[in-house]
Design a protein around this ligand. Structure first.
Ligand code: MIC
Ligand code: SF4
Length: 752
């Protein structure tokens, strides 16, 4: 479990010279993000200035993290890379495949049985290739990374969009698809378009009911789900310093929900305290020697408007608790407006469940502040009106909050303590009655609230808020309850008020744990065998995708024109489908089943142009594939928002979709499409989306001249014989075009 202090010291040793050189080349004082990025160039010493939002740059990350649901595909790909060991420290975390139902003890045992094959596979691959393995029940990937591996000034990638959580400890940590992780594990450079920079200046101080979560709920409301695309969000100011490291983690975590590449904070005392409390005083000692390099230059914070591409200012003293939702994390409502907004909309007022946990909000501080509200309910004799569930972020947190009586207090209120894992956050929730699809409201401290996400019920209205607000709303049982102004009637018929939450940033008696759930890899893994049963329904070895045949794609059919929000949850749903994440053919049966068909407004019902009949998207696509007919998918804005799951790109690739043409892409998904040898295109003229008709046949006119910066023209032949030529843009550079030609990026690695 060693947190590789030698590697960290080396990063710090090399940092000053590289940053000083970068400052000279860039010619201005540097932001923190620039310092970290320039200190991690693949070429080591900076030799040129990179244009933000334009230049693709090769980086050398310090570390890779994978979670079970994405690690399967990442490691199946890595097995093709022909390496005996991973080239950089890497860990795998089992957290997504554990369903929440009865409570931790039973649920974990069930998961260990049901997903044995997958856990055994991940454990043996990890053992073989030198990867640290965190067993089921050890905790949620991002919490474990924060507790053990994250360090100020580091660069990390992870096969999960919330890898960005590690910004809470001053890292640049970025979510990627598995194929990107394979590059780094195989010892190659990792490519990223040099991000734009958004500065968020935090003044004032959080107080009363307001929590770090409210900062990001507010930022999401301002920037929307695509406002952070292609940018790093850098937080600074007095308000930043006054927040705990885990609170900073919460803010960075949900930066994924605004599409940001990542978010980060400068090194400060809160990070020192957290590192020391988690047994890493030596990281503090090493970081202190280069502290100036772990934060932006003072000129930047003095005149931020000069150095950031966009600047936002939030006064924490005036910030209100927020409740965001339903169905999208950027629909923010301050608590004082909730009564009016709930009444205006047809949202069910009664709160059925309050869930506290997920990688966003499962720290010791979160649990202790939430329990301070629960304690009041007990003391003031209030019976909670909703059910409660919690998922501690790690075994270390669970053990410590049990020792400190926090679990006991939660349980007195009838709370279900689920496994230290993702659980309901990713639809791993066997919620009683969800199949009835009744309209209802739940509140949670998670980050995402897309339709069907938590319990599979499209009519569940999920609202995202801070853990302490979840506790208050669940106790009151009302979505429009404002704990700052409203009172409750207790069991004795008295009017009572909930006082603002209190809690401890870190456990006063220190963290404690008996068995954190870690398995170190074999020193020499060459004799370790990795077994995949040929008849398995859960795992399937990969067959390489075919290379491009060098000709234009012609006579392709439109598979679906997706309307509105089309997140990775719509493209490759999680929940029950998580079990097929290691089996490409099986999971392909969920391809695009959540996307809304523009022509009939239905999900999973598209026209098969060959038969004229309507069928499920995967079935119709399999029919085209069987007949050797190519297809394309058309979509709206921010297509592929949300998860890093590359299944959303591999499934269409596997089933024979050739191109995805949309108004705009989410970053990770666009890269995933490129890596898997697909064409990801955007309308040069957004209004052309309207020209696409249900019975269209598509001909590429100039794919044979595919080149960086050169638009591609597609001819859409309509049913009545008329045609529209639509010009599309793309962002493929030279090497990415090679991935397309080779059939996938992995085919290129395997060939070398
Ligand atoms: C999520 O929050 O949607 C997930 C599940 O953690 C995903 C990864 C996955 O799909 O496995 C993510 O955010 O990248
Ligand atoms: Fe797990 Fe939810 Fe965090 Fe994704 S967002 S890593 S599913 S806890």
């Amino acid at each position: 479990m060693a947190f590789d202090i030698e590697m960290i010291k080396k990063v710090y040793e090399e940092m000053p010279a590289r940053v000083n050189k970068a400052r000279e080349i860039v010619g201005t004082p540097l932001t923190l993000s620039e310092k970290i990025l320039y200190a991690h160039l693949w070429a080591k010493q900076p030799t040129q200035k990179y244009e933000r939002g334009r230049d693709y740059v090769d980086f050398a990350p310090d570390r890779v993290a994978c979670q079970d649901a994405t690690a399967q595909m990442a490691l199946l790909q890595f097995m093709h890379a022909g390496k005996s060991q991973v080239a950089v420290p890497t860990t795998v975390h089992c957290d997504h495949l554990i369903q929440a139902k009865m409570g931790a003890e039973t649920d974990l045992a069930v998961a260990n049985k049901q997903s044995k094959e997958v856990f055994d596979f991940l454990s043996s691959v990890s053992n073989k290739y030198g990867i640290g393995f965190w067993k089921p029940g050890s905790g949620i990937i991002h919490q474990i990374i924060l507790e053990n591996y994250a360090f100020p000034g580091g660069l990390m990638i992870g096969t999960d969009s919330h890898t960005v959580n590690a910004g809470g400890l001053g890292m640049v940590a970025i979510g990627v698809g598995g194929a990107d992780a394979v590059d780094v594990m195989a010892g190659m450079a990792w490519e990223l378009k040099f991000p734009k920079l958004i500065g968020v200046k935090l003044t004032g101080k959080l107080n009363g009911w307001t929590a770090p979560k409210d900062v990001i709920l507010k930022v999401a409301d301002i920037l929307t789900v695509k406002g952070g695309t292609g940018a790093i969000v850098e937080y600074f100011g007095e308000g930043a310093k006054s927040m705990s490291a885990t609170g900073k983690g919460t803010i960075c975590n949900m930066g994924a929900e605004i599409g940001a590449t990542t978010s980060t904070f400068g090194y400060d005392d809160s990070m020192r305290r957290y590192l020391a409390a988690t047994g890493r005083q030596d990281v503090v000692d090493a970081a202190d020697k280069v502290a100036d390099y772990l934060t932006a230059d003072p000129e930047v914070y003095a005149e931020p408007e000069k150095y950031f591409d966009q600047l936002i200012e939030i006064n924490l003293s005036e910030l209100e608790p927020h409740i965001n939702g339903p169905f999208t994390p950027d629909r923010g409502t301050p608590v004082s407006k909730m009564k009016a907004v709930v009444a205006e909309n047809d949202w069910p007022i009664k709160v059925e469940w309050g869930l506290i946990g997920s990688c966003t909000n499962s720290s010791y501080e979160d649990m202790s502040r939430a329990v301070s509200i629960v304690e009041q309910a007990l003391e003031k004799n209030i019976t909670p009106k909703a059910e409660f569930g919690i998922n501690p972020g790690s075994e270390q947190i669970r053990y410590t909050i049990e020792r400190d009586g926090i679990i006991d207090t939660f349980e007195k209120l009838g709370t279900k303590v689920f496994t230290n894992a993702c659980g309901p956050c990713i639809g791993q929730w066997d919620r009683e009655g969800a199949d009835k699809e009744e309209k209802n409201t739940i509140v949670h401290s998670f980050n995402r609230n897309f339709s069907k996400r938590a319990d599979g019920n499209p009519n569940t209205h999920a609202f995202v808020t801070s853990p302490e607000m979840v506790a208050a709303l669940a106790i009151s049982g009302r979505l429009d309850f404002n704990p700052i102004t409203d009172t409750l009637i207790n069991d004795n018929g008295e009017e009572v008020r909930l006082n603002p939450p209190t809690g401890d940033e870190l456990p006063t008696k220190g963290f404690d744990v008996e068995d954190p759930g870690y398995q170190a890899p074999a020193a020499d893994g060459s004799s370790v065998e990795v077994i995949v049963d040929a008849n398995s329904q859960r795992l399937e070895l990969l067959t390489p995708f075919a290379p491009w045949d060098g000709s234009n794609i012609t006579n392709a059919k439109l598979l679906i024109k997706a309307e509105g929000k089309c997140t990775t949850d719509h493209i490759s749903m999680a929940g029950p489908w998580l079990r097929f994440r290691g089996h490409l053919d099986n999971i392909s049966n969920n391809m695009l089943i959540g996307a809304v068909n523009y022509f009939n407004k239905e999900t999973n019902l598209v026209k098969n142009q060959l038969t004229g009949e309507y069928g499920a998207v995967p079935a119709v696509q399999r029919d085209y594939k069987a007949k050797g007919i190519d297809t394309i998918v058309v979509g709206d804005h921010n297509y592929g928002e949300g998860s890093s799951r590359e299944h959303a790109a591999m499934e269409p690739r596997h089933l024979g979709v050739r191109a995805v043409l949309v108004k705009s892409f989410a970053r990770i998904h666009e890269t995933n499409l490129k890596k898997q040898g697909m064409l990801g295109l955007t309308f040069a003229n957004e209004a052309d989306y309207d020209k696409i008709q249900e019975d269209d046949t598509i001909n590429f006119l100039d794919l044979t001249d595919f080149a960086p910066g050169k638009p591609l023209s597609l001819e859409f032949v309509h049913k009545d014989g008329t045609k529209d030529v639509i010009v599309t843009n793309h962002t493929y550079n030279e090497s990415q075009i090679e991935w397309f030609k080779a059939g996938s990026a992995l085919n290129l690695i395997a060939a070398s």
